[in-house]
Design a protein around this ligand. Structure first.
Ligand SMILES: Nc1nc2c(ncn2[C@@H]2O[C@H](COP(=O)(O)OP(=O)(O)OP(=O)(O)O)[C@@H](O)[C@H]2O)c(=O)[nH]1
Ligand SMILES: O=C(O)[C@H](O)COP(=O)(O)O
Length: 223
C-alpha cells in the first residue's frame, strides 16, 4: 500500500543535532572523532531505511548543521534549517508547523540514532497509524523514552522528547484529544534500539553487515 493509495501523505522528520555536539553520553568511552563519525553513520542508515519505506511521502531533516544538511540531500531528503530557538523539541515542533502549513496529513518523527531501523518497520508503523487526529508511539527499549512518533495532523501534539518522554507523550496525546496507538516493542525490534550509552553499542548485533554503522564499528574492531 502506498501513502498515496491510503489517501494521506505522511512525511518522515529526522531531527539532527550538530555532529560536533552529538552523543555526549558516549563521551566517557569514546573520543569526539568517533562520536561524530557514529552520528554521521547512524543518520545514513536511518535515511536509507526511510528511503526504502513505501508508506511515507518524503523525508525532511531538521538541523542547524550544514554537513547534516548536505548528507540529507545525498538521500533525497529535504532540509529544514533549524530556527533560532535550538533544541530537539523546538526543532520537531518547527517541522510539524511547516508540514501543517503545507497541509500534509501527518508526520513521522524518527531520531537519527536508531541505525537498526528497517524500511519494513517504518512501513508497518505508518500503515497502522489511525485515521484522523491521532498519535502513534513506539517506546524506547528502556520503556521511558520515545523512539518514534506518528502525529496527524503534523502540529497536533506538544513534543516532550527527553527524560520520561514516553509517558509524557501519552499524556500530551490525551490533552490533544487524539486517538492513541501504543506499539509493543517486540513488534519493532530495530526501531526500539536507540544508541545513547556505551552499553547500547553492544546491542548492535542486529545491524546488517555492510550498513554504515556496522562498517564503522568493524573498522574499530567492535563489530
Ligand atoms: N535538530 C535538532 N535535533 C536534535 C537536537 N538535540 C538532539 N537532536 C536529535 O534528536 C535525536 C535524539 O537525540 P539525543 O539522544 O537527545 O541526543 P544525542 O546527540 O543523540 O545524544 P546525547 O548528546 O548523548 O544526548 C537525535 O536524532 C539527535 O540528533 C537539537 O538541538 N536540534
Ligand atoms: O527518548 C526520547 O525522548 C529521545 O530519545 C530523546 O531523549 P534522550 O535525550 O533521553 O535520548
Amino acid at each position: 500500500m502506498s501513502a498515496a493509495l491510503a489517501g494521506r501523505d505522511i512525511l518522515a522528520v529526522v531531527p539532527v543535532k550538530d555532529f560536533a555536539l552529538a552523543k555526549q553520553r558516549l563521551a566517557g568511552a569514546f573520543p569526539p572523532s568517533f562520536r561524530r563519525a557514529l552520528a554521521r553513520a547512524m543518520l545514513r542508515d536511518v535515511l536509507v531505511a526511510l528511503r526504502g519505506a513505501e508508506t511515507i511521502a518524503g523525508v525532511v531533516v531538521v538541523t542547524a548543521d550544514p554537513e547534516a544538511g548536505l548528507l540529507a540531500g545525498e538521500y533525497g531528503a529535504r532540509l529544514l534549517f533549524e530556527g533560532t530557538v535550538r533544541g530537539l523539541n523546538p526543532a520537531v515542533a518547527q517541522a510539524g508547523a511547516y508540514l501543517a502549513a503545507e497541509r500534509r496529513s501527518g508526520m513521522l518523527v524518527v531520531p537519527s540514532d536508531i541505525p537498526t531501523v528497517t524500511s519494513d518497520e517504518i512501513g508497518r508503523l505508518v500503515a497502522a497509524h489511525p485515521a484522523g487526529r491521532a498519535v502513534s508511539v513506539v517506546p524506547a527499549h528502556d520503556g521511558e523514552g520515545t523512539n518514534a512518533l506518528v502525529v496527524s495532523p503534523p502540529d497536533a501534539l506538544r513534543f516532550s522528547f527527553g527524560p520520561l518522554s514516553f509517558p509524557m507523550h501519552l499524556a500530551n496525546a490525551r490533552e490533544a484529544q487524539a486517538a492513541l496507538q501504543v506499539h509493543e516493542l517486540a513488534q519493532f525490534p530495530g526501531l526500539s534500539c536507540d544508541i545513547d550509552r556505551p552499553d547500547d553499542l553492544a546491542r548492535l548485533d542486529s545491524l546488517p553487515p555492510g550498513s554504515h554503522t556496522w562498517r564503522l564499528l568493524a573498522e574499530q574492531g567492535m563489530a
